[in-house]
Design a protein around this ligand. Structure first.
Ligand SMILES: Cc1ncc(C[n+]2csc(CCOP(=O)(O)OP(=O)(O)O)c2C)c(N)n1
Ligand SMILES: [Mg+2]
Length: 619
């Protein structure tokens, strides 16, 4: 079949399907793109001509469109995804941050950056890097470390095997992440006689690897000997849809469950074994259990420093690691159980038949969690007057959200507060991107989540995007895409006039909130009046409905109106930065200057050296 390389790619992608648990679906929901000379005549022309089953979506920013693709794929538990096409040069490198975010979070996205002429007849083309050491290098080489599979298609003949490799990686739960196929602009437009089979429907079966019996026996033996075991539930529990298995395991054994950012929602917040968020942004309940735990059962977690409180949290534990990726299962010298989360938990439950934690330990879990819940109730209680605290804002958004709605966030002080305070009931109700914690993910990623929820015409589930003023200023552009597509977001824009989270961090390392406030420059630095930036007007100018709230009662009202509205809305609220949310008493390793002329730094360094003593290698 004679087609261009671009046309062949589009026809191939439209015919790829995923299957898990007997449910078959088209893998690619569409292709996001911004066109330039590097893709307009190749993939662009192909989407126009052959895009019936691979619909095109326009974006404002290439980084943002990758975030949208990630939000969508994560909401679909990685069983569906988007492709993203860009021009060469800056359009391509704008996607590098999106690629890193996808790979860190292990979420599939197919990137198709344009590349410079393979024939080199016209080089250097507009936006070409020109490396004097090699004509073989282009800016797209920057995707290599952030992609799980990377190839450059210099000849049409190279395409079929590259496409098959790309699909294998995208649909492999242990391997998945960003996949990059760099496409020289001349090759995209070049015709070739392709075999018909390339365009046949292909189904990629998403595996649920079962645990090896010997590994299962080793894991069960360690757990049976435990008196204070604790589960750490990560994103793998959600992506595997292992939440029912987790609940059955926790109920049968009484083992309490702490949740990472990606794993939050694995159990409903009020389940008797739910200990809540764990780690540097965890609850006092989960963190106290972690300090005393003798065996930690990590399920689908990669043990980021936030989860382990920089390896200071699990004072004396040994580890059992159930993970589909051998790389993660081997961490902390744990007993490795390489398997799908649901299959592994079912296996463990069988192997532990009749075993349970002591009743007193169940009681202790309930008691600690009860105390934490009272703290949260207090923090949520709205003040009637004055600027609301951020915790009150989260409480009111929680009140406005129904069980099936989703909260989305990524960077700033809100992810930590949400992790500790938010009360999810649905495993898909909590979507905080904290693998890369990328400012600017919020609105773009939320758009992808809502596109996933709206599929099938059921538009009743709301997405609440929680975004700080810093993140908003970094990337609010996809509000326009939401308006264009008629996709409704409720964006809660929290204005505190700066990078409050980093301000707090700065203070804790003795750096006096340097460079974190949005203020005019004066003779002594950035310490003048607050900048007169009107983000509400900015959001309105992009086509969103905007409601402004100055107090907690006004916010309640604004959220109700945003719910009732039909299009994308922004609820703009200023918060009181001096009323912090309750803390979970855990450390995070951020090195403090070892020598300094500043008293604040020397004090912080002394604290740091003391705190660092709690760190251990977990070997
Ligand atoms: C792209 C990117 N740049 C820098 C950072 C480091 N960083 C983390 S939070 C933050 C400030 C976020 O400000 P804002 O969105 O206003 O939230 P706030 O801290 O005020 O709650 C910064 C600069 C980051 N996470 N991502
Ligand atoms: Mg801020």
């Amino acid at each position: 079949m004679r087609l261009t390389t671009g046309q062949a790619i589009v026809r191939f992608l439209a015919n790829q399907w995923s299957e898990r648990d007997g449910v078959r679906q088209r893998f690619f929901a569409g292709c996001f793109g911004i066109f330039g000379h590097g893709n307009v005549a190749g993939i662009g022309e192909a989407l126009l001509e052959y895009g019936q089953d691979l619909p095109y979506y326009q974006a404002r920013n290439e980084q943002a469109m990758v975030h949208t693709a990630v939000g969508f794929a994560r909401a679909h538990d990685r069983l569906r995804a988007f492709a993203c096409t860009s021009s060469i040069g800056p359009g391509a490198t704008n996607m590098v941050t999106g690629a890193a975010l996808a790979t860190v979070n292990r979420i599939p996205v197919l990137l198709l950056p344009g590349d410079v002429f393979a024939t080199r007849v016209a080089n250097p083309v507009l936006q070409e890097l020109e490396d004097p050491r090699s004509y073989d290098v282009s800016v797209n080489d920057a995707f290599k470390p952030v992609s799980r599979f990377w190839d450059r298609i210099n000849r049409p003949e190279q395409l079929p095997s590259a496409l098959l490799a790309a699909m294998r990686v995208l649909t492999d739960p242990a391997e998945t992440g960003a996949v990059t196929l760099a496409l020289p602009q001349d090759v995209q437009a070049e015709a070739y006689d392709w075999p018909e089979e390339l365009f046949a429907e292909r189904v990629w079966h998403v595996a649920r690897p079962v645990p090896e019996p010997a590994a299962l026996a080793r894991a069960a033996e360690l757990i049976r000997g435990a008196e204070r075991p604790l589960i750490v539930a990560g994103g793998g529990v959600i992506y595997s849809r292992a939440t029912d298995e987790l609940r059955a395991f926790a109920e049968a054994t009484g083992v309490p469950v702490g949740e990472t950012q990606a794993g939050k929602g694995s159990l409903p917040w009020d389940h008797p074994q739910a200990a809540g968020a764990i780690g540097a942004t965890g609850t006092t309940a989960a963190n106290a259990l972690a300090r005393e735990a003798d065996v930690v059962i990590g399920v689908g977690t990669r043990y980021s420093d936030f989860t382990t409180a920089s390896r200071s949290l699990f004072g004396r534990a040994r580890f059992v690691n159930l993970n589909v990726a051998a790389f993660d299962a081997a961490k902390h010298a744990g007993v490795s159980l390489v398997a799908d989360a649901a299959a592994g938990l079912a296996g463990l439950r069988g192997a532990l038949e009749g075993w349970s934690v002591p009743e007193a330990y169940r009681e202790e879990t309930r008691e600690r969690v009860g105390r934490w819940n009272a703290v949260v109730d207090e923090a949520f209680h709205p003040s009637e007057e004055g600027l609301p605290a951020q915790a009150e804002v989260l409480g009111l958004v929680g009140e406005a959200a129904r069980e099936c709605d989703v909260v989305v966030c990524a960077a700033g002080s809100m992810p930590g507060d949400l992790h500790r305070l938010w009360r999810p009931r649905d495993p898909k109700g909590y979507h905080v991107e904290y693998g890369y914690s990328c400012m600017g993910y919020e609105i773009a990623g939320g758009l992808g989540v809502k596109m996933a929820l709206d599929e099938g015409g059921d538009t009743g589930r709301e997405v609440f995007v929680m975004v700080g003023d810093g993140s908003y200023l970094m990337m609010s552009s996809e509000l326009v895409t939401a308006v264009q597509e008629g996709v409704k977001l409720i964006v809660v824009l929290v204005q505190n006039h700066g990078f409050a989270s980093i301000g707090n961090l700065s203070e804790s390392v003795g750096a006096q909130r340097f460079g974190t406030r949005y203020r005019y420059r004066t003779g002594s630095g950035l310490d003048g009046e607050v900048l007169p930036v009107d983000l509400a007007a900015n959001a309105a100018s992009l086509g969103a409905r905007v409601f402004t709230a100055r107090t907690a009662p006004e916010l309640r009202d604004a959220l109700a109106r945003a719910r009732a509205a039909s299009g994308t809305t922004v609820v703009h609220v200023e918060t009181d930065p001096l009323r912090p949310a309750p803390d979970g008493e855990a450390w995070w390793d951020v090195p403090v200057a070892e020598v300094s002329g500043l008293d604040t730094v020397r004090e912080a360094r002394a604290r740091y050296e003391k705190d660092k003593q709690a760190q251990r290698p977990y070997l």
